[in-house]
Unconditional design. Structure first.
Length: 283
């Protein structure tokens, strides 16, 4: 996180604001092209063999391939949904960190395809065919999925209407999608597995970097258990160790709450886990 802070201070002026809007515009262009001239998509796909033979534009144009080519109504709804998720993530993280997340996912996808192509070419020796095979499997589907998963990790208790009818929290949708992706990973071939894992590597890095893995050590687990036992005992002092600067909740309100100080706020302001990323910084 310190390294990311240094990068943000140095390169934040180069960040692309409202990046999700440009992604959606690219998806719309790719969708229209796929409807009226499907064969043109073959010249946009990420094919390492063709890239090595001069078609370097494929390193960029593959992001125009939409994550889905289903009905127009369904496509419009999905694009509006991803636009809202991405815009909220950008407001939460800032334009620079959101840019790093999205472009990082694209870069990892390219690396994953390159690794797959090298392995398959060495194994079968048919570079052109294997390059096209890998290229047809690559789209921005997992980039969109990484946006969804990151939003669910930041706002797990936010409730949305599934199919405009069924109220459901983001975390439960994320669990379902994660289970489906895990099933797809198990049933897929090795080339596709490599591409899938690399495409979602940005989310894995984000998830691990925003979690304190020390809390799973035996010593920390024992400390939390002892703490829960202590707070269950009747206490009438009314003195607390932690208090959220936004909602005012303390460890007495919910022993499972976690509190953190914000490094960007001027002063010792402490926030609960639900308001750590969503509060307004105090200057």
């Amino acid at each position: 996180m310190n390294f990311m802070n240094k990068l943000e201070r140095k390169f934040s002026k180069y960040a692309v604001s409202n990046l999700t809007m440009y992604l959606v515009f690219g998806y719309v262009a790719g969708y229209v092209l796929g409807r009226f001239s499907p064969q043109m998509l073959n010249y946009l796909m990420l094919d390492p063999y063709q890239v090595l033979h001069g078609q370097v534009w494929r390193l960029v144009t593959w992001v125009l391939i939409p994550p889905s080519m289903q009905g127009t109504f369904f496509y419009v709804i999905m694009m509006l949904f991803y636009y809202q998720l991405g815009s909220n993530l950008e407001r939460t993280w800032g334009a620079f960190r959101y840019n790093v997340y999205i472009f990082g996912g694209m870069l990892y996808t390219i690396i994953g395809v390159a690794i797959t192509w090298v392995i398959m070419s060495a194994a079968y020796g048919n570079a052109g065919v294997m390059g096209m095979l890998v290229g047809t499997q690559v789209s921005t589907y997992y980039i969109c999925m990484s946006i969804f998963l990151a939003f669910a990790a930041c706002y797990p208790d936010m409730q949305i209407l599934l199919y405009f009818i069924i109220p459901i929290k983001m975390k439960w949708m994320a669990y379902v999608y994660a289970a489906l992706m895990l099933l797809d990973l198990v049933q897929s071939t090795w080339p596709r597995r490599i591409v899938m894992v690399m495409s979602l590597l940005n989310f894995v890095i984000f998830f691990l970097s925003t979690r304190d893995l020390r809390r799973y050590s035996p010593k920390e687990v024992h400390r939390r258990q002892a703490y829960r036992q202590a707070v269950r005992r009747p206490q009438n002092t009314g003195i607390t160790k932690h208090k959220c600067a936004v909602c005012g909740r303390t460890e007495l309100d919910d022993p499972s709450l976690e509190f953190r100080f914000c490094s960007k706020c001027a002063g010792n302001y402490e926030y609960c886990q639900e308001h750590l990323f969503t509060h307004q910084h105090m200057q």
